[in-house]
Ligand binder design. Structure first.
Ligand code: CMP
Length: 143
């Protein structure tokens, strides 16, 4: 299990929180819950309602719509943000491709920290834009 300091170091390394100073990350670290995933374990299924987002620490996950794999995500990436932002059902099934670990943040807690620190909303928008650009085949160097 990660200590709070290790969680802060991890949070510091990811795009979602790149604008957030260390002392604020400590507060965010406290609302996260560490989860370990076995290879093949499904985190959630397409169509389910969702109330949390996940930050991948280690390992890779697949993102599947129907029987098509639309993305694979690795360390430092987030998933599950869409359903908590617009209260729609999960757009895809996410499953671990190998043993993995992640941090889970509940919707209510995420809304609280976004309200306090608008830079977090900017981080989320960046992630969503990068995925949108990729989905239309636009992949600029810096993205
Ligand atoms: P959500 O809809 O809550 O649940 C499925 C998740 O898969 C979604 O949030 C995103 O985090 C992720 N996801 C969906 N589509 C893509 C994509 N095209 N690229 C990367 N991740 C995606």
């Amino acid at each position: 299990m990660l200590t709070t300091v290790e969680k802060v170091l991890f949070l510091k390394s990811i795009e979602l929180f790149e604008q957030i100073p260390g002392e604020d990350l400590a507060q965010i670290a406290l609302i996260t819950e560490e989860l370990t995933l076995d290879a093949g374990e499904v985190v959630f299924e397409e169509g389910e309602m969702g109330d949390a987002l996940f930050l991948l620490i280690e390992g890779r996950v697949s993102v599947r719509r129907g029987d098509r794999v639309i993305a694979e995500l690795g360390p430092g990436e987030c998933f599950g943000e869409m359903a908590i932002l617009d209260s729609s059902p999960r757009s895809a099934t996410v499953a671990a491709l190998e043993e993995a670990s992640c941090l889970k943040i509940e919707r209510e807690d995420f809304y609280d920290i976004m309200a306090e620190k608008p830079e977090i909303a900017q981080g989320v928008i960046k992630v969503l834009m990068r995925r949108l650009r990729r989905s239309i085949g636009h992949t600029p160097q810096e993205a």
